[in-house]
Design a protein around this ligand. Sequence first.
Ligand code: SME
Length: 155
Amino acid sequence: MTKEEKYENLLAQVKAFADAENDEIALMANVAALIHETMGFWWTGFYRVVGQELVLGPFQGPVACTRIKFGRGVCGTAWKEKRTIIVDDVEQFPGHIACSSASKSEIVVPIFSDGNVIAELDIDSEKLSTFDKIDKNYLEKITMLYLSPKSMVLR
Ligand code: SME
């Protein structure tokens, strides 16, 4: 299966779970598991904005840092810059927070509510340069269609 085919399968599965459940934590938990299992990543999970920090949410993979400050690491930078960030080699990213030394590349996709970042999808790979435009497009689609508060209310 190509990466696109895997993501198309994933989209259909996420839609089925999202149609059946609108509790955001329950949905994040199953979406993390679906992405992780379907794509075979090293670590897949969510951080939620709570006050001035990102706090660890549902995830699959090894234990991770529980709190990240605004502007810190890849996650805090994606929050500050309000955009998806792809890092080909985490060792080259200034301030990268190493939750696991096995992690080599990373993508962080913010989830928005009325233009504010309210959560993030964070995925780590144990290989360099894992993530590209295809991952960005599909993961942004998943977060926008199924995890943004607006999409939850509309369903
Ligand atoms: N590497 C991230 C921290 C979170 S873990 O990868 C799960 C960062 O630099 O923000």
